[in-house]
Design a protein. Structure first.
Ligand code: M6R
Length: 615
């Protein structure tokens, strides 16, 4: 996730862009850049770090013209370097069209386009997917910036919100959107473009939300919106009345809730370009160089902390079930100190959202010291863990700001599912089975959107509020949903400060059952199509017999569950292997609304930090 801002008007362009970038910094903050033009020169300056670092880097530089753009980056392709920062330009020697492009999203077919353009003599200076857009526009230069951009967009596959300016057309800014947000701000004789209205909210609150497949042309005289095939679009301006702080959170009160709701999108991003339906296989470019070693693996050790460790447990179920490779999941803090045995044929898989967790990093280094093959699953590009693993896969979930991890969890499970299919296909899993799983995986974002619909959310909120004053909760699940029970309990305790324990449902009778009474609710994941469902029902009976209350996570088809459970959190039916991708969501919301009701500090819970960089 990156932030884009553009401006056409009479104000000081540099100041407008820098202010907008500060407001968008929550969207990404590893590097930033600015470009303006007056028709004589196209000035592009970039810097690694925060917007304040960019400000220092551009001190004393003048930015000419009345048109400009800025970008704050959250790396997706290529490390955090000045060359990879946006805006990107085409060939420095071009006489055709000198453009600057800022982009948010992922261009899936960029390698193919890059190869074609290199053959035509284009020289690339970054490792990004975005740079191909600048070169493509240059390639299509034909006497109109708008037409060149339109032609280039027709070649692109993937997600984008882009802004383009050029030296040759110093009174024209072109922007376009496909699956990445873009908003046009309409001022008095001036126009703004932004990833969200926070980019320009101090200047205008009159906005037009640009839709997928639309291209916007802005000049000092006005704007036009059209489809990629040139069909004109007319859209009403709407007035927003939120304050700037709220807009940064996209209208949400808390980042955690925003990130819960982002999951259909972040999950889709985690699988984008990685599903090969035809071959029933997954394509994980980050570990492609290790495919031979992976095909003969004898054992996998997954190591991580907190929520990432829970995702690792889901990974254990998936890899063992689908690929039949033995997997152990270890807390990184334990693994690092207990002389783990890493024989040839063992791969160590480290999982970390931040890529900076001290214990996970130490575990990684211990595994490397012992000569193991170390793979990573990380969200933050260029983070220490991402750099130090031998190979790895990124989540592409965008920045996760709420301390309670939500979207990273589901993205980790998505990547682990892809990895499991890849490992399984090299060990004899049929193409048809691969296709079946991957098709179901591709449907998950839609199922999540359905799950997150307002009526369902209200139902979950009501249940959370009704239980917010309880002091203890038990979370139970079986099989692949046991780790989800652990994750549900962790979410509740870390943001609401209610004591919660997660257990495999059958383990309850070996101790925790002693705690059950009217005051302690049990949250049980009970999916009707789960082969273990009858056993879970028996576990419910055990709770009811002791006067306990049950909140069940159940599928919509389950008309019987109310006989056992006083409250039901409904989820759509998906294959059991993928069910954590839906069962996790109501538990995140249950914790969120209980914490809101208790008046807790949701995004920065007490005693916690987003990235635990100490032992
Ligand atoms: O950045 P990481 O995934 O390595 O972080 C690991 C844990 O610190 C993290 O998941 C923590 O448990 C979260 N606060 C859970 O919501």
């Amino acid at each position: 996730m990156c932030g884009i801002v553009g401006y056409v008007g009479k104000k000081n362009v540099r100041d407008v862009i820098i202010e907008g970038l500060h407001r968008l910094e929550y969207r990404g903050y590893d590097s930033a850049g600015i470009a303006t033009t007056d028709g004589k020169t196209l000035v592009v300056k970039k810097a690694i770090g925060k917007i304040s670092d960019l400000e220092k880097a551009i001190q004393g530089i003048s930015f000419p013209g009345s048109i400009g753009m800025g970008h704050t980056r959250w790396a997706t392709h290529g490390g955090v370097t000045e060359a990879n920062a946006h805006p990107h330009t085409g060939c420095p020697w071009t006489k055709k069209l000198q453009v600057a492009v800022a982009h948010n999203g992922i261009i899936e077919n960029y390698r193919h386009i890059k190869t074609l353009l290199e053959k035509k003599g284009h020289m690339f200076t970054s490792e990004t997917d975005t740079e191909v857009i600048a070169h493509l526009i240059e390639e299509y230069a034909n006497g109109s910036l708008f037409e060149a951009v339109r032609a280039a967009l027709n070649d692109l596959e993937g997600a984008y919100a882009i802004v383009v300016i050029s030296k040759e057309y110093p009174h024209e800014l072109i922007a376009a959107r496909n699956q990445s947000p873009l908003v046009l701000g309409v001022g008095k004789g001036e126009y703004y473009i932004g990833s969200d209205p926070s980019a320009f909210v101090t200047h205008t609150r009159d906005v037009i939300h640009v839709e997928d497949g639309e291209i916007v042309r802005i000049t000092p005289e006005g704007y036009t919106i059209s489809l990629l095939d040139n069909t004109p679009i007319s859209r009403n301006v709407t007035h927003i009345d939120w304050d700037a702080k709220k807009i940064e959170k996209g209208g949400y009160d808390h980042y955690m809730k925003k990130e819960i709701d982002e999951q259909p999108h972040s999950t889709r991003d985690a699988m984008r370009g990685r599903i090969d339906i035809e071959n029933g296989n997954a394509r994980l470019r980050g570990i492609e160089d290790k495919l031979n070693e992976l095909s003969i693996l004898k054992r996998i050790i997954i190591t991580a902390c907190g929520t990432s460790w829970h995702a690792g447990l889901v990974g254990e179920y998936l890899i063992e079930e689908l690929a039949r490779i033995p997997v152990e999941v270890e807390y990184a803090s334990e693994f690092r100190y207990r002389s783990p045995i890493i024989e040839p044929g063992t791969a160590v898989l480290v999982i970390s959202q931040s890529g900076e967790t001290a214990d996970t990093l130490a575990a990684l280094r211990e595994a490397k010291r012992q000569g193991g093959l170390v793979l990573g699953i990380c969200n933050v590009i260029g983070s220490t863990i991402a750099r130090e693993t031998h190979s790895g896969v990124y989540l592409h979930a965008g920045p996760e700001i709420g301390v309670a991890s939500t979207k990273a969890f589901t993205s980790q499970i998505t990547v682990l599912t892809l990895l499991s299919v890849l490992l399984a296909r090299s060990r004899g899993m049929s193409q048809a089975r691969g296709q079946q799983l991957l098709k179901a995986l591709a449907d998950i974002p839609e199922k999540m959107t359905y799950l997150l619909r307002p009526e369902n959310e209200q139902a979950i909120k009501k249940i959370a509020e009704a239980h917010a004053e309880r002091n203890h909760f038990l979370y139970l699940g079986r099989g692949i949903n046991f780790p989800v029970a652990l994750e549900g309990a962790l979410k509740l305790k870390e943001i609401s400060y209610i004591h919660a324990e997660g257990y495999p449902a059958a383990e309850m009778k070996h101790g925790p059952i002693a705690l059950i009474d009217k005051k302690m609710p049990s949250v049980i994941i009970a999916l009707k199509h789960d082969p273990l469902y009858p056993k879970i029902i028996s576990n419910m009976e055990e709770i009811l017999a002791r006067g306990g209350d049950i909140i069940a996570v159940a599928t919509e088809e389950d008309g019987e569950i109310e006989k056992k459970a006083k409250h039901v959190l409904r989820v759509p039916t998906v294959p059991i292997e993928l069910s954590p991708l839906v069962t996790a969501l109501p538990l995140q919301m249950l914790a969120y609304y209980a914490a809101v009701k208790r008046g807790c500090e949701i995004d920065q819970p007490r005693n916690l930090a987003k990235s635990v960089t100490v032992e």
